[in-house]
Design a protein around this ligand. Structure first.
Ligand SMILES: [Zn+2]
Length: 63
């Protein structure tokens, strides 16, 4: 799989998990980050890759 497609697939997974984590934590605080990293230990790296691959969709860091 080309790197750009891999980044897109990784980004879609990130967005899905991000939104599902909002079922447990409505804001992007510490509880949200813990939940996100519990499901996706590489969430920070995925966010960085997503921001680079999809800058028009990226709304900024939620950390
Ligand atoms: Zn959010």
């Amino acid at each position: 799989m080309p790197a750009s497609r891999a980044a897109g697939a990784s980004g879609r997974g990130l967005v899905l998990v991000h939104e599902l984590c909002h079922l447990r934590a409505s804001r992007h605080g510490a509880a949200f980050r813990r939940q996100l990293r519990l499901v996706l230990p590489d969430a920070d790296a995925r966010e960085t890759a997503f921001a680079a691959a999809e800058p028009e969709l990226w709304r900024g860091a939620v950390r």
